[in-house]
Design a protein around this ligand. Structure first.
Ligand code: BTN
Length: 446
């Protein structure tokens, strides 16, 4: 043992048996050893095998551990736990119940500017048993992406910040989000994350999610499909959902009133806009009440659906459709004119782009949703004001067949759009199709 406090990044992998439980047990045994404190754990990602391809998909995660153990003792502990969990020797890169690797190891230096991890010095070693930092870690998306979650400020050996590297879509190759939140804190337990269920083709992810919710699925269930045959849009419209888009629905169980449901759309709109800006660098904006636009074209639609028992909300399903990489030229003319796609369907990393976007949207959504549930709408309203470029502009909207035209001045506490008409009256609009910046044009009045 050394008295020097240290921290290490550990990589976990499993592709045999109960993969999620194997990794959760490995983490629990590290904690129970009394020699390690687990301070942060990434989401779980499902990844294609590297090297030897004839084997099942892996689950991977990264954890940050505090320890007094020197590197070789830490390695022995990890290897002991692998054996206790039943790992047997296999071919290199072959199937395994559990793999626990030390990726990087730092000792506290007391100088916050001394190194790549802030206030600590990285230990490098190269012995037959252990090489640090792990020699192949920077080539592997299944290490880089969860590692960036655990410490987004980490600097890579080439000087780039890890968070900027995950915007390189190639890093996402062969990797999908599996579960976020506190999945690692005990078998089956996860109160604050997303459990992803994937389908190839469904009628509508909203219907699947609603059925699951009716059957008791917990808040945080996320249903993703590659295509939808009867995707639902607002006002009973069909939502075209070809391959290449991101079509998903979230099960939520907020204790909110029916008039607050509009906030779920706005939370989603901000989460999607912010993710599009981050991953694609495109100027995405929220269009009240349920859309996200890029350069005036609709790239995302949001459909919240709810079930109330009496006056209490049983569940909400928030359906989100994003045109990530789709052929809009195949859409019917009326839709083709107004919708856009984030990247070309022929983009070489279209599926990676979709995955990166999914993770980013879910992260953003979690933060905003929790803020909304714990603090109310004011924080979200601030965000909406930041992302909604129609505020302060001329708009026109049809309300119950009656046209309303004026300046969109703000959003009220019930997520309604406030339009100041020419006569100076403030009209609070619950829902409707809005046209922006077209005084006197469109369907409003003429
Ligand atoms: C709109 O009309 O703008 C809302 C479109 C919502 C589409 C999404 S795609 C995933 C989810 N499943 C559905 O059937 N609809 C929503």
């Amino acid at each position: 043992m050394t008295a020097t406090p240290a921290h290490a990044y550990l990589g976990f992998g499993s592709n045999l048996g109960e993969r999620r439980e194997n990794i959760a047990k490995g983490l629990a045994m590290l904690r129970e050893s009394g020699k390690i404190e687990i301070t942060k754990v990434s989401s779980l990602y499902e990844t294609e095998p590297v090297g030897y391809k004839e084997q099942g998909l892996f689950l991977n995660a990264v954890a940050l551990a505090k320890t007094d153990l020197p590197p070789h003792d830490l390695l022995s502990l990890c290897k002991d736990i692998e054996v206790q969990l039943g790992r047997e020797s296999t071919v290199r890169w072959g199937p395994r119940l559990i793999d626990i690797d030390i990726l990087m190891y730092f000792v506290e230096s007391g100088d916050p500017f001394s190194d790549r991890s802030g206030g600590s010095a990285e230990i490098e070693t190269d012995t037959p048993a252990l090489t640090l930092p792990h020699p192949r870690m920077w080539e592997r998306g299944f290490v880089i992406i969860p590692l960036a979650e655990v410490n987004p400020n980490l600097t890579m050996p080439d000087g780039r910040q890890i968070n900027s590297v995950i915007r390189d879509l190639r890093v996402w190759t062969g990797l999908q989000l599996f579960e976020t939140g506190s999945w690692w804190q005990g078998a089956g337990l996860n109160r604050d994350g997303w459990r992803v269920m994937r389908f190839t083709e469904v009628e509508s992810t909203n219907s699947i999610a609603a059925n699951l919710a009716s059957g008791g699925a917990s808040c945080g269930t996320c249903v993703i499909a590659e295509t939808q045959t009867s995707g639902r849009g607002r006002q009973g419209r069909l939502w075209h959902s070809p391959p290449g888009g991101l079509w998903f629905s979230l099960v939520l169980r907020p204790k909110i009133q029916s008039q607050d449901v509009g906030w779920l759309s706005l939370v989603s709109g901000v989460a999607v806009s912010s993710a599009i800006r981050d991953i694609f660098g495109l100027p995405a904006v929220v269009k009240w009440p349920n859309d996200v636009l890029v350069s005036g074209k609709k790239v995302c639609g949001i459909l919240p659906e709810t079930r109330f028992i009496g006056d209490k909300m049983d569940f909400a399903v928030v359906g989100i459709g994003v045109n990530v990489a789709i052929r809009t030229d195949l859409f019917p003319p009326e839709v083709r004119e107004t919708c856009g796609t984030l990247v070309s369907p022929y983009h070489s990393h279209a599926s990676e782009a979709r995955e990166a976007l999914t993770v980013s949207i879910l992260d953003n959504f979690s933060l905003l949703y929790r803020q909304f549930i714990s603090e109310g709408f004011l924080g979200i309203l601030q965000k909406v004001r930041e992302y909604c470029d129609m505020l302060g502009r001329e708009v026109a909207v049809l309300r119950l067949g009656t046209p309303i035209q004026g300046i969109a001045v703000d959003i009220d506490s019930d997520a309604r759009l406030i339009i100041r008409t020419k006569s100076g009256e403030n009209v609070h609009v619950v829902s409707g199709e809005v046209r922006i910046g077209v005084p006197g044009a469109g369907y409003c009045g003429e």
